[in-house]
Design a protein around this ligand. Structure first.
Ligand code: NOJ
Length: 541
Protein backbone atom coordinates (compact mmCIF):
# COMPACT_ATOMS: atom_id res chain seq x y z
CA UNK A 1 0.00 0.00 0.00
CA UNK A 2 1.37 3.32 -1.01
CA UNK A 3 -0.85 5.85 0.68
CA UNK A 4 -0.62 9.61 1.01
CA UNK A 5 -0.87 11.32 4.40
CA UNK A 6 -4.37 12.53 3.61
CA UNK A 7 -5.46 8.96 2.91
CA UNK A 8 -4.14 7.13 5.93
CA UNK A 9 -4.34 10.04 8.36
CA UNK A 10 -7.06 11.43 10.61
CA UNK A 11 -8.03 15.08 10.14
CA UNK A 12 -9.01 17.18 13.18
CA UNK A 13 -11.09 20.32 12.67
CA UNK A 14 -10.44 23.31 14.89
CA UNK A 15 -12.90 26.18 15.06
CA UNK A 16 -10.27 28.74 16.12
CA UNK A 17 -12.66 31.03 18.01
CA UNK A 18 -13.40 28.18 20.36
CA UNK A 19 -10.21 26.21 20.86
CA UNK A 20 -7.92 28.18 23.19
CA UNK A 21 -7.81 31.84 24.14
CA UNK A 22 -4.38 33.17 25.16
CA UNK A 23 -4.92 36.93 25.25
CA UNK A 24 -7.92 37.05 27.55
CA UNK A 25 -10.53 38.39 25.13
CA UNK A 26 -12.81 35.36 25.41
CA UNK A 27 -12.10 34.30 21.81
CA UNK A 28 -9.64 31.59 20.77
CA UNK A 29 -6.52 32.49 18.80
CA UNK A 30 -3.56 31.04 16.89
CA UNK A 31 -1.11 31.09 19.84
CA UNK A 32 -3.81 29.06 21.61
CA UNK A 33 -3.65 26.37 18.93
CA UNK A 34 0.15 26.41 19.14
CA UNK A 35 -0.05 25.98 22.89
CA UNK A 36 -2.19 22.88 22.41
CA UNK A 37 -0.09 21.20 19.74
CA UNK A 38 1.18 18.53 22.12
CA UNK A 39 -2.40 17.68 22.96
CA UNK A 40 -3.23 17.40 19.27
CA UNK A 41 -0.25 15.13 18.68
CA UNK A 42 -1.31 13.02 21.66
CA UNK A 43 -4.68 12.40 20.02
CA UNK A 44 -3.09 10.39 17.25
CA UNK A 45 -4.48 12.67 14.57
CA UNK A 46 -2.38 13.54 11.54
CA UNK A 47 -3.66 16.84 10.25
CA UNK A 48 -5.37 19.92 11.61
CA UNK A 49 -7.87 21.93 9.60
CA UNK A 50 -8.39 25.45 10.87
CA UNK A 51 -11.70 27.15 10.09
CA UNK A 52 -10.97 30.59 8.56
CA UNK A 53 -8.27 32.69 10.22
CA UNK A 54 -8.10 35.44 7.58
CA UNK A 55 -8.80 39.15 8.01
CA UNK A 56 -12.53 39.46 8.46
CA UNK A 57 -15.24 41.69 9.92
CA UNK A 58 -16.52 38.38 11.42
CA UNK A 59 -20.11 38.80 10.31
CA UNK A 60 -20.07 35.05 9.62
CA UNK A 61 -17.13 34.44 11.94
CA UNK A 62 -14.40 34.39 9.34
CA UNK A 63 -16.39 33.00 6.40
CA UNK A 64 -16.51 36.62 5.26
CA UNK A 65 -12.94 37.27 4.17
CA UNK A 66 -11.62 40.82 3.74
CA UNK A 67 -8.05 39.80 2.90
CA UNK A 68 -7.21 36.32 1.68
CA UNK A 69 -3.51 36.76 2.40
CA UNK A 70 -3.42 37.90 6.01
CA UNK A 71 -4.44 36.75 9.48
CA UNK A 72 -7.15 38.58 11.41
CA UNK A 73 -5.70 40.41 14.46
CA UNK A 74 -8.32 38.68 16.61
CA UNK A 75 -6.50 35.42 15.91
CA UNK A 76 -2.96 36.82 15.79
CA UNK A 77 -0.52 37.60 13.00
CA UNK A 78 1.21 35.94 10.08
CA UNK A 79 4.15 35.37 12.42
CA UNK A 80 1.84 33.54 14.83
CA UNK A 81 0.66 31.43 11.95
CA UNK A 82 4.21 30.60 10.88
CA UNK A 83 4.97 29.57 14.44
CA UNK A 84 1.90 27.35 14.55
CA UNK A 85 2.82 25.76 11.23
CA UNK A 86 6.42 25.11 12.25
CA UNK A 87 5.31 23.66 15.59
CA UNK A 88 2.77 21.41 13.90
CA UNK A 89 5.24 20.20 11.31
CA UNK A 90 7.82 19.52 14.01
CA UNK A 91 5.28 17.15 15.57
CA UNK A 92 4.44 15.47 12.28
CA UNK A 93 1.08 17.23 11.98
CA UNK A 94 -0.10 18.64 8.67
CA UNK A 95 -2.00 21.94 8.57
CA UNK A 96 -4.95 22.71 6.32
CA UNK A 97 -6.58 26.10 5.91
CA UNK A 98 -10.16 26.93 5.06
CA UNK A 99 -10.37 28.60 1.68
CA UNK A 100 -13.56 30.63 1.08
CA UNK A 101 -13.55 31.30 -2.68
CA UNK A 102 -17.29 31.61 -3.39
CA UNK A 103 -17.77 34.93 -1.63
CA UNK A 104 -15.72 37.59 0.10
CA UNK A 105 -16.61 40.11 2.75
CA UNK A 106 -18.34 43.27 1.59
CA UNK A 107 -15.35 45.02 3.18
CA UNK A 108 -12.87 43.35 0.84
CA UNK A 109 -11.20 45.99 -1.32
CA UNK A 110 -12.32 44.06 -4.41
CA UNK A 111 -15.95 44.57 -3.45
CA UNK A 112 -15.45 48.17 -2.38
CA UNK A 113 -14.09 48.82 -5.87
CA UNK A 114 -16.74 46.71 -7.55
CA UNK A 115 -19.60 48.59 -5.96
CA UNK A 116 -18.03 52.03 -6.55
CA UNK A 117 -19.30 52.38 -10.13
CA UNK A 118 -20.68 50.31 -12.97
CA UNK A 119 -17.53 50.84 -15.01
CA UNK A 120 -15.06 50.01 -12.28
CA UNK A 121 -12.56 47.39 -13.54
CA UNK A 122 -13.65 45.15 -10.64
CA UNK A 123 -17.38 45.50 -11.38
CA UNK A 124 -17.54 42.08 -12.99
CA UNK A 125 -15.65 40.43 -10.13
CA UNK A 126 -18.99 40.10 -8.34
CA UNK A 127 -22.45 39.17 -9.59
CA UNK A 128 -24.44 42.32 -10.42
CA UNK A 129 -27.84 42.35 -12.12
CA UNK A 130 -30.44 44.92 -13.02
CA UNK A 131 -33.65 44.99 -11.00
CA UNK A 132 -36.66 43.10 -12.33
CA UNK A 133 -39.15 45.30 -14.27
CA UNK A 134 -41.05 45.96 -11.02
CA UNK A 135 -37.84 47.14 -9.34
CA UNK A 136 -37.58 43.98 -7.25
CA UNK A 137 -34.74 41.45 -7.20
CA UNK A 138 -33.61 39.92 -10.52
CA UNK A 139 -34.98 36.45 -9.66
CA UNK A 140 -36.30 34.30 -6.81
CA UNK A 141 -32.96 32.93 -5.52
CA UNK A 142 -32.76 32.54 -1.74
CA UNK A 143 -30.07 32.87 0.90
CA UNK A 144 -29.06 29.87 3.04
CA UNK A 145 -29.51 32.17 6.02
CA UNK A 146 -33.10 33.06 5.16
CA UNK A 147 -34.50 35.79 2.92
CA UNK A 148 -33.61 36.66 -0.64
CA UNK A 149 -30.17 36.25 -2.19
CA UNK A 150 -30.03 39.77 -3.68
CA UNK A 151 -29.31 43.14 -2.11
CA UNK A 152 -29.95 46.42 -3.89
CA UNK A 153 -27.08 48.86 -4.07
CA UNK A 154 -28.27 52.47 -4.17
CA UNK A 155 -25.07 53.92 -5.63
CA UNK A 156 -25.16 51.99 -8.87
CA UNK A 157 -28.81 50.95 -9.04
CA UNK A 158 -28.18 47.21 -9.36
CA UNK A 159 -28.56 44.17 -7.15
CA UNK A 160 -25.65 41.95 -6.07
CA UNK A 161 -25.88 38.25 -5.30
CA UNK A 162 -25.17 36.66 -1.91
CA UNK A 163 -26.27 33.15 -0.98
CA UNK A 164 -25.31 33.82 2.64
CA UNK A 165 -25.28 37.25 4.37
CA UNK A 166 -25.57 40.52 2.42
CA UNK A 167 -22.08 41.09 3.86
CA UNK A 168 -20.87 38.06 1.84
CA UNK A 169 -21.16 39.09 -1.83
CA UNK A 170 -20.55 36.25 -4.29
CA UNK A 171 -17.43 36.40 -6.39
CA UNK A 172 -17.99 35.85 -10.10
CA UNK A 173 -16.11 32.65 -10.88
CA UNK A 174 -16.99 32.96 -14.55
CA UNK A 175 -14.47 35.82 -14.65
CA UNK A 176 -10.92 34.50 -15.23
CA UNK A 177 -9.42 37.40 -13.26
CA UNK A 178 -11.35 36.30 -10.18
CA UNK A 179 -10.12 32.76 -10.55
CA UNK A 180 -6.55 33.96 -10.97
CA UNK A 181 -6.85 36.04 -7.78
CA UNK A 182 -8.12 33.11 -5.71
CA UNK A 183 -5.56 30.72 -7.15
CA UNK A 184 -2.97 33.35 -6.20
CA UNK A 185 -4.21 33.23 -2.60
CA UNK A 186 -3.81 29.46 -2.65
CA UNK A 187 -0.22 29.85 -3.86
CA UNK A 188 0.45 32.41 -1.12
CA UNK A 189 -0.38 29.88 1.61
CA UNK A 190 1.14 26.89 -0.16
CA UNK A 191 4.41 28.81 -0.48
CA UNK A 192 4.20 29.49 3.25
CA UNK A 193 3.99 25.75 3.77
CA UNK A 194 0.37 24.77 4.31
CA UNK A 195 -0.42 21.20 3.38
CA UNK A 196 -3.90 21.61 2.00
CA UNK A 197 -7.26 23.32 2.02
CA UNK A 198 -10.79 22.65 3.02
CA UNK A 199 -12.74 24.57 0.38
CA UNK A 200 -15.92 26.29 1.47
CA UNK A 201 -19.14 25.62 -0.52
CA UNK A 202 -17.17 24.39 -3.50
CA UNK A 203 -20.33 23.04 -5.13
CA UNK A 204 -21.80 26.54 -5.35
CA UNK A 205 -19.04 28.18 -7.42
CA UNK A 206 -20.83 28.05 -10.77
CA UNK A 207 -24.17 29.82 -11.33
CA UNK A 208 -26.52 29.68 -14.27
CA UNK A 209 -25.42 32.50 -16.57
CA UNK A 210 -28.96 33.55 -17.44
CA UNK A 211 -30.22 33.69 -13.86
CA UNK A 212 -33.55 31.87 -14.26
CA UNK A 213 -35.89 31.44 -11.28
CA UNK A 214 -35.41 28.24 -9.31
CA UNK A 215 -38.42 25.88 -9.07
CA UNK A 216 -40.35 25.31 -5.84
CA UNK A 217 -39.43 22.19 -3.89
CA UNK A 218 -42.62 20.10 -3.63
CA UNK A 219 -41.18 18.20 -0.64
CA UNK A 220 -40.55 21.28 1.50
CA UNK A 221 -42.53 21.39 4.75
CA UNK A 222 -43.17 24.16 7.27
CA UNK A 223 -40.49 24.09 9.95
CA UNK A 224 -37.74 23.01 7.55
CA UNK A 225 -34.97 25.47 6.71
CA UNK A 226 -36.41 28.20 4.52
CA UNK A 227 -33.65 27.81 1.92
CA UNK A 228 -35.06 24.37 1.12
CA UNK A 229 -38.23 25.88 -0.34
CA UNK A 230 -36.58 25.93 -3.75
CA UNK A 231 -34.77 23.29 -5.77
CA UNK A 232 -31.34 24.80 -6.28
CA UNK A 233 -30.84 23.66 -9.83
CA UNK A 234 -29.36 26.96 -11.05
CA UNK A 235 -27.06 27.74 -8.11
CA UNK A 236 -25.64 24.34 -7.19
CA UNK A 237 -23.65 21.61 -8.89
CA UNK A 238 -23.35 23.35 -12.27
CA UNK A 239 -21.15 21.69 -14.89
CA UNK A 240 -18.65 24.58 -15.04
CA UNK A 241 -17.87 24.15 -11.35
CA UNK A 242 -15.89 21.02 -12.20
CA UNK A 243 -13.67 23.08 -14.48
CA UNK A 244 -13.06 25.63 -11.73
CA UNK A 245 -12.12 22.85 -9.35
CA UNK A 246 -9.68 21.41 -11.86
CA UNK A 247 -7.93 24.77 -11.93
CA UNK A 248 -7.60 24.69 -8.14
CA UNK A 249 -6.37 21.12 -8.24
CA UNK A 250 -3.68 22.08 -10.77
CA UNK A 251 -2.32 24.62 -8.27
CA UNK A 252 -2.13 21.96 -5.57
CA UNK A 253 -0.37 19.67 -8.01
CA UNK A 254 2.21 22.39 -8.72
CA UNK A 255 3.14 22.20 -5.05
CA UNK A 256 3.11 18.41 -4.76
CA UNK A 257 5.84 15.89 -5.36
CA UNK A 258 5.86 12.11 -5.33
CA UNK A 259 5.24 10.94 -1.79
CA UNK A 260 3.92 14.31 -0.63
CA UNK A 261 0.74 15.74 -2.02
CA UNK A 262 -0.95 18.97 -1.04
CA UNK A 263 -4.62 18.28 -0.94
CA UNK A 264 -8.08 19.75 -0.94
CA UNK A 265 -11.28 18.55 0.59
CA UNK A 266 -14.36 20.23 -0.84
CA UNK A 267 -17.46 21.12 1.11
CA UNK A 268 -20.31 19.51 -0.84
CA UNK A 269 -23.81 18.78 0.39
CA UNK A 270 -25.16 16.62 -2.44
CA UNK A 271 -26.61 13.14 -2.81
CA UNK A 272 -24.12 10.31 -3.19
CA UNK A 273 -24.36 9.94 -6.99
CA UNK A 274 -23.50 13.60 -7.47
CA UNK A 275 -20.97 13.81 -4.66
CA UNK A 276 -18.63 11.26 -6.20
CA UNK A 277 -18.46 13.15 -9.49
CA UNK A 278 -16.31 15.69 -7.62
CA UNK A 279 -13.38 13.28 -7.70
CA UNK A 280 -13.33 14.02 -11.42
CA UNK A 281 -10.79 11.83 -13.16
CA UNK A 282 -8.46 12.15 -10.22
CA UNK A 283 -8.11 15.81 -11.19
CA UNK A 284 -10.70 17.47 -8.94
CA UNK A 285 -11.11 17.18 -5.15
CA UNK A 286 -8.81 14.73 -3.39
CA UNK A 287 -11.76 14.31 -1.06
CA UNK A 288 -15.28 15.56 -1.69
CA UNK A 289 -16.53 15.77 1.90
CA UNK A 290 -18.88 12.90 2.65
CA UNK A 291 -21.59 14.33 4.90
CA UNK A 292 -23.94 11.40 4.42
CA UNK A 293 -23.57 10.18 8.02
CA UNK A 294 -23.78 13.69 9.32
CA UNK A 295 -27.12 14.38 7.70
CA UNK A 296 -28.66 10.97 8.42
CA UNK A 297 -32.03 11.00 10.13
CA UNK A 298 -32.21 7.28 10.90
CA UNK A 299 -28.99 6.30 12.67
CA UNK A 300 -29.70 2.57 12.74
CA UNK A 301 -27.49 -0.41 11.96
CA UNK A 302 -29.37 -1.21 8.76
CA UNK A 303 -29.39 2.34 7.45
CA UNK A 304 -25.71 2.87 8.21
CA UNK A 305 -24.76 -0.41 6.55
CA UNK A 306 -26.74 0.46 3.47
CA UNK A 307 -25.08 3.86 3.30
CA UNK A 308 -21.56 2.54 3.90
CA UNK A 309 -21.99 -0.16 1.23
CA UNK A 310 -23.35 2.24 -1.36
CA UNK A 311 -20.74 4.89 -0.64
CA UNK A 312 -17.83 2.46 -0.66
CA UNK A 313 -18.99 1.01 -3.98
CA UNK A 314 -19.45 4.48 -5.51
CA UNK A 315 -15.94 5.52 -4.46
CA UNK A 316 -14.55 2.41 -6.11
CA UNK A 317 -16.43 3.16 -9.28
CA UNK A 318 -14.96 6.68 -9.38
CA UNK A 319 -11.57 5.52 -8.20
CA UNK A 320 -11.85 8.00 -5.35
CA UNK A 321 -10.54 7.69 -1.80
CA UNK A 322 -13.46 7.62 0.68
CA UNK A 323 -13.87 9.88 3.71
CA UNK A 324 -16.23 10.17 6.66
CA UNK A 325 -17.48 12.96 8.91
CA UNK A 326 -19.60 12.96 12.07
CA UNK A 327 -19.40 16.57 13.12
CA UNK A 328 -18.51 20.07 12.03
CA UNK A 329 -19.20 23.68 12.93
CA UNK A 330 -22.47 23.69 10.97
CA UNK A 331 -24.05 20.54 12.42
CA UNK A 332 -25.28 19.54 15.83
CA UNK A 333 -22.92 17.48 18.00
CA UNK A 334 -23.36 13.81 17.19
CA UNK A 335 -23.37 12.76 20.84
CA UNK A 336 -26.51 14.86 21.27
CA UNK A 337 -28.05 13.95 17.92
CA UNK A 338 -27.49 10.20 17.91
CA UNK A 339 -27.73 9.73 21.69
CA UNK A 340 -25.12 9.42 24.41
CA UNK A 341 -25.50 5.63 24.43
CA UNK A 342 -24.52 5.35 20.76
CA UNK A 343 -21.61 7.76 21.10
CA UNK A 344 -18.78 5.22 21.24
CA UNK A 345 -20.24 3.06 18.50
CA UNK A 346 -20.50 6.16 16.31
CA UNK A 347 -16.93 7.19 17.11
CA UNK A 348 -15.76 3.67 16.31
CA UNK A 349 -17.61 3.75 13.01
CA UNK A 350 -15.95 7.01 12.03
CA UNK A 351 -12.48 5.69 12.80
CA UNK A 352 -12.78 2.21 11.34
CA UNK A 353 -14.70 2.61 8.09
CA UNK A 354 -12.59 2.68 4.93
CA UNK A 355 -11.44 6.23 4.21
CA UNK A 356 -10.16 9.39 5.86
CA UNK A 357 -12.03 10.45 9.00
CA UNK A 358 -12.48 14.11 9.91
CA UNK A 359 -13.03 14.72 13.61
CA UNK A 360 -14.59 17.89 15.02
CA UNK A 361 -12.81 19.40 18.03
CA UNK A 362 -14.30 18.35 21.34
CA UNK A 363 -16.00 15.26 19.93
CA UNK A 364 -13.09 13.23 21.31
CA UNK A 365 -14.20 14.12 24.85
CA UNK A 366 -17.88 13.79 24.05
CA UNK A 367 -18.88 17.44 24.00
CA UNK A 368 -22.58 17.96 23.45
CA UNK A 369 -24.76 20.70 22.04
CA UNK A 370 -24.93 23.58 24.49
CA UNK A 371 -28.21 25.41 25.08
CA UNK A 372 -27.64 29.08 24.27
CA UNK A 373 -29.63 31.64 26.28
CA UNK A 374 -31.25 34.12 23.86
CA UNK A 375 -29.05 36.99 25.02
CA UNK A 376 -25.89 35.05 24.15
CA UNK A 377 -26.82 34.02 20.59
CA UNK A 378 -24.11 34.80 18.02
CA UNK A 379 -24.72 32.90 14.82
CA UNK A 380 -26.15 35.11 12.05
CA UNK A 381 -28.01 32.13 10.61
CA UNK A 382 -29.88 31.65 13.89
CA UNK A 383 -30.37 35.36 14.50
CA UNK A 384 -31.92 35.84 11.06
CA UNK A 385 -34.19 32.81 11.38
CA UNK A 386 -35.39 33.07 14.96
CA UNK A 387 -38.56 31.13 14.22
CA UNK A 388 -36.49 28.04 13.37
CA UNK A 389 -34.65 26.54 16.36
CA UNK A 390 -32.58 24.42 13.97
CA UNK A 391 -31.04 27.42 12.25
CA UNK A 392 -28.49 28.34 14.92
CA UNK A 393 -25.05 26.75 14.83
CA UNK A 394 -24.03 28.20 18.20
CA UNK A 395 -24.78 24.98 20.16
CA UNK A 396 -21.96 23.09 18.40
CA UNK A 397 -19.45 25.97 18.44
CA UNK A 398 -18.95 26.41 22.18
CA UNK A 399 -15.45 26.60 23.72
CA UNK A 400 -13.26 23.54 24.10
CA UNK A 401 -13.47 22.13 27.61
CA UNK A 402 -9.93 21.73 28.90
CA UNK A 403 -10.55 21.54 32.64
CA UNK A 404 -13.20 21.92 35.33
CA UNK A 405 -12.29 25.54 36.12
CA UNK A 406 -14.62 28.52 35.84
CA UNK A 407 -13.82 29.08 32.15
CA UNK A 408 -12.89 25.49 31.41
CA UNK A 409 -9.24 26.36 30.83
CA UNK A 410 -10.34 27.95 27.56
CA UNK A 411 -10.00 31.54 28.71
CA UNK A 412 -9.51 33.73 31.75
CA UNK A 413 -12.78 35.57 31.06
CA UNK A 414 -16.33 34.69 30.10
CA UNK A 415 -16.03 33.25 26.57
CA UNK A 416 -17.84 34.51 23.47
CA UNK A 417 -20.27 31.56 23.70
CA UNK A 418 -21.37 29.87 26.92
CA UNK A 419 -19.52 26.79 28.11
CA UNK A 420 -21.02 23.34 28.19
CA UNK A 421 -21.11 21.07 31.22
CA UNK A 422 -17.42 20.75 31.93
CA UNK A 423 -17.24 19.42 35.47
CA UNK A 424 -16.48 15.96 34.09
CA UNK A 425 -16.48 16.49 30.36
CA UNK A 426 -13.04 18.03 30.12
CA UNK A 427 -9.61 17.01 28.88
CA UNK A 428 -7.87 17.12 32.26
CA UNK A 429 -10.36 14.79 33.96
CA UNK A 430 -10.40 12.43 31.01
CA UNK A 431 -6.60 12.30 30.79
CA UNK A 432 -6.64 10.95 34.33
CA UNK A 433 -9.22 8.27 33.59
CA UNK A 434 -7.87 5.40 31.47
CA UNK A 435 -11.42 4.46 30.48
CA UNK A 436 -12.56 7.92 29.43
CA UNK A 437 -13.99 8.88 26.07
CA UNK A 438 -10.73 10.67 25.34
CA UNK A 439 -8.69 7.56 25.96
CA UNK A 440 -11.13 5.49 23.94
CA UNK A 441 -10.58 7.88 21.06
CA UNK A 442 -6.82 7.50 21.45
CA UNK A 443 -7.10 3.73 21.52
CA UNK A 444 -8.96 3.91 18.22
CA UNK A 445 -6.48 6.22 16.51
CA UNK A 446 -3.57 4.12 17.77
CA UNK A 447 -5.04 0.89 16.39
CA UNK A 448 -5.86 2.64 13.16
CA UNK A 449 -2.29 3.80 12.79
CA UNK A 450 -0.81 0.44 13.72
CA UNK A 451 -2.98 -1.74 11.51
CA UNK A 452 -2.78 -1.36 7.72
CA UNK A 453 -6.14 -3.17 7.54
CA UNK A 454 -7.73 -0.22 9.33
CA UNK A 455 -6.01 2.72 7.66
CA UNK A 456 -5.87 1.29 4.20
CA UNK A 457 -7.50 -2.11 3.88
CA UNK A 458 -10.54 -3.30 2.02
CA UNK A 459 -14.05 -2.98 3.41
CA UNK A 460 -16.84 -5.51 3.23
CA UNK A 461 -19.97 -5.56 5.37
CA UNK A 462 -21.48 -8.81 6.54
CA UNK A 463 -24.67 -10.17 7.92
CA UNK A 464 -24.23 -10.60 11.64
CA UNK A 465 -27.68 -12.08 12.09
CA UNK A 466 -29.22 -9.31 14.19
CA UNK A 467 -30.91 -6.13 12.99
CA UNK A 468 -29.22 -3.95 15.61
CA UNK A 469 -25.73 -4.96 14.56
CA UNK A 470 -23.64 -3.44 11.82
CA UNK A 471 -20.68 -5.70 11.10
CA UNK A 472 -17.87 -5.25 8.64
CA UNK A 473 -14.43 -6.61 7.94
CA UNK A 474 -11.37 -4.55 7.12
CA UNK A 475 -8.66 -6.61 5.49
CA UNK A 476 -5.20 -6.31 4.06
CA UNK A 477 -2.55 -8.85 3.09
CA UNK A 478 -4.44 -11.73 4.66
CA UNK A 479 -5.01 -9.91 7.95
CA UNK A 480 -8.60 -9.21 8.93
CA UNK A 481 -10.27 -7.06 11.55
CA UNK A 482 -13.95 -7.56 12.28
CA UNK A 483 -15.83 -4.50 13.52
CA UNK A 484 -19.10 -5.13 15.37
CA UNK A 485 -21.34 -2.22 16.33
CA UNK A 486 -24.44 -2.74 18.40
CA UNK A 487 -26.90 0.10 17.80
CA UNK A 488 -29.39 -1.39 20.26
CA UNK A 489 -29.64 -1.67 24.05
CA UNK A 490 -29.82 -5.45 24.23
CA UNK A 491 -26.96 -7.83 25.05
CA UNK A 492 -26.53 -10.26 22.15
CA UNK A 493 -24.76 -13.45 21.23
CA UNK A 494 -23.87 -13.77 17.56
CA UNK A 495 -22.92 -16.85 15.62
CA UNK A 496 -20.12 -15.73 13.32
CA UNK A 497 -18.49 -19.12 12.91
CA UNK A 498 -18.85 -18.88 9.15
CA UNK A 499 -16.37 -16.03 9.08
CA UNK A 500 -13.19 -17.75 10.18
CA UNK A 501 -10.76 -18.01 7.30
CA UNK A 502 -10.41 -21.45 5.79
CA UNK A 503 -6.73 -21.64 6.61
CA UNK A 504 -7.52 -21.59 10.27
CA UNK A 505 -10.79 -23.44 10.31
CA UNK A 506 -9.97 -24.94 13.66
CA UNK A 507 -9.02 -21.70 15.25
CA UNK A 508 -12.39 -20.21 16.10
CA UNK A 509 -11.03 -17.83 18.65
CA UNK A 510 -11.00 -14.15 17.83
CA UNK A 511 -8.77 -11.91 19.87
CA UNK A 512 -10.37 -8.71 21.19
CA UNK A 513 -8.42 -5.74 19.80
CA UNK A 514 -10.64 -3.14 21.42
CA UNK A 515 -14.00 -2.90 23.08
CA UNK A 516 -15.92 0.25 23.95
CA UNK A 517 -16.47 -1.29 27.39
CA UNK A 518 -12.76 -2.15 27.68
CA UNK A 519 -13.30 -5.91 27.66
CA UNK A 520 -10.20 -7.90 26.88
CA UNK A 521 -9.47 -11.50 25.96
CA UNK A 522 -11.08 -13.36 23.14
CA UNK A 523 -14.42 -14.45 21.75
CA UNK A 524 -15.45 -17.78 20.24
CA UNK A 525 -16.76 -17.01 16.76
CA UNK A 526 -19.62 -19.43 17.28
CA UNK A 527 -20.94 -17.28 20.10
CA UNK A 528 -19.60 -13.75 20.10
CA UNK A 529 -20.96 -11.74 23.00
CA UNK A 530 -21.84 -8.14 22.29
CA UNK A 531 -23.16 -5.84 25.00
CA UNK A 532 -25.85 -3.22 24.49
CA UNK A 533 -24.43 -0.35 22.37
CA UNK A 534 -21.02 -1.99 22.47
CA UNK A 535 -18.43 -1.49 19.75
CA UNK A 536 -16.05 -4.43 19.41
CA UNK A 537 -13.00 -4.93 17.22
CA UNK A 538 -11.89 -8.53 16.78
CA UNK A 539 -8.83 -9.95 15.04
CA UNK A 540 -10.32 -12.65 12.83
CA UNK A 541 -8.48 -15.96 12.96
C1 NOJ B 1 -20.11 26.85 4.85
C2 NOJ B 1 -19.46 27.06 6.16
O1 NOJ B 1 -19.14 25.81 6.71
C3 NOJ B 1 -20.42 27.85 7.00
O2 NOJ B 1 -20.02 27.90 8.35
C4 NOJ B 1 -20.55 29.22 6.41
O3 NOJ B 1 -21.50 29.96 7.12
C5 NOJ B 1 -20.96 29.14 4.95
N1 NOJ B 1 -20.25 28.13 4.21
C6 NOJ B 1 -20.70 30.43 4.26
O4 NOJ B 1 -19.32 30.58 4.05
Amino acid sequence: MDLQWWQKGVVYQIYPRSFQDTNGDGVGDLPGVTRRLDYLASLGVDAVWLSPIFTSPMKDFGYDVADYEDVDPLFGSLADFDELLAGAHARGLKVMLDLVPNHSSDRHRWFLESRASRDNPKRDWYVWRDPAPDGGPPNNWRSFFGGGAWTFDETTGQYYLHQFLPEQPELNWANPEVRAALLGAMRFWLTRGVDGFRVDVIWLLGKHGEFPDEPENPDWREGHMEHGRLLHVHTQDLPETHGYIREMRAVLDEFSRPGFERMMVGEIYLPLEKLVTYYGKGDECHLPFNFLLLTMQDFSAGAVRDLADRYDAACREYDGWPNWVLGNHDQHRFRTKFGVERYRAAQTLLLTLRGTPTVYYGDEIGMENVAIPPGRAQDPSGLRQKDNPEASRDPERTPMQWDAGAFAGFSTVEPWLPLGEHASVNVEAQEADPRSDLNYFRALTLLRRQLPELHGGEYVSLDAGHEDVFAFVRSHAGQRVLVLLNFGAGDLTLDLSGHASRASAHAERAHVLLSSTWREGHEELGGVRLGGYEALLLRLP
